[in-house]
Design a binder for this molecule. Structure first.
Ligand SMILES: Nc1ncnc2c1ncn2[C@@H]1O[C@H](COP(=O)(O)OP(=O)(O)O)[C@@H](O)[C@H]1O
Ligand SMILES: [Mg+2]
Length: 242
């Protein structure tokens, strides 16, 4: 089996060409994530979590260092190849759902398939909605859904391409704690079925429910291991603001 994620000495510097503006958002980090792992990425606001996740999701490229996604070095790929690799391997879930407001749930879920002209895309969208328990809401618009239902539609949209890795940036950040727990349980059940899960979270209860936690600070990894160790070893507030 190919290791899904291998990061070596990776950095992301914004405005790298302007010394006065340069921000080292991710600073020479290395780690790997094995198949079926569930990993929380935690740390204070501004420490580089989203920058790292965007690189893992091929939405952005590292300034230096290596990222091997499922054995492919992203440095070797042009933008089209990178987009193809992303479509093949990555599902992305955001805090703010990012659903298109004029499209129904099933149209939103179908969207990623339209880029790759898949057959029976509507049926596949319905299957994905059924998988997140929302088959009966297929024709609803996002405004007709609760926050938790919207996030489940977004998860169905991430799943519809059968990604090997699900990347989540604060997926429960806009939800109350009970709904957040339901969304977490859904993500954990997808992980149990084989999807590798990498999740940025400020919620330490959620970090503790995953198999591993990586703590970042100022662009560095300062702890990596079992959540019971990583989450409790520093005294930061349980809920950090975004
Ligand atoms: N597009 C950007 N241009 C310049 N600086 C950025 C950009 N995105 C993020 N940053 C900076 O990079 C650092 C890390 O940001 P981010 O990855 O969003 O952190 P986190 O997700 O942990 O809050 C911050 O100092 C932020 O201001
Ligand atoms: Mg962030």
């Amino acid at each position: 089996m190919v290791t899904p994620v291998v990061i070596e000495d990776l950095s992301k510097v914004y405005h790298a060409d302007r010394e006065d503006l340069a921000v080292r958002a991710v600073d020479r980090i290395s780690f790997r994530v094995e198949e079926r792992e569930s990993v929380a990425i935690i740390g204070p606001s501004g420490c580089g979590k989203s920058s790292l996740l965007n690189i893992l999701g091929c939405l952005d490229r590292p300034t230096s260092g290596a990222y091997l996604l499922s054995g492919r070095d992203v440095r070797d790929l042009d933008d089209d190849e990178l987009a193809r690799l992303r479509n093949q391997h990555i599902g992305f879930v955001f805090q703010s759902f990012n659903l298109l407001p004029r499209m129904t749930a099933e149209e939103n879920v179908e969207l990623p398939l339209l880029y790759v002209s898949t057959k029976n895309s509507r049926d596949k969208a319905r299957e994905a909605l059924a998988r997140v328990g929302l088959a009966e809401r297929a024709h609803h618009l996002p405004t007709e859904l609760s926050g938790g239902q919207k996030q489940r539609v977004a998860i169905a949209r991430a799943l519809v391409t059968h990604p090997s890795i699900l990347l989540c940036d604060e997926p429960t950040g806009a939800l109350d704690s009970k709904t957040g727990r339901e969304v977490l349980d859904l993500l954990l059940s997808l992980n149990a079925e084989g999807t590798t899960l990498i999740m940025v979270t400020h919620d330490m209860a959620i970090a503790r429910a995953l198999g591993r936690a990586i703590r970042m600070k100022d662009g560095h990894i300062v702890a990596d291991g079992r959540p019971s160790v990583v989450v409790t070893e520093t005294r930061e507030p349980e809920q950090e603001t975004c």
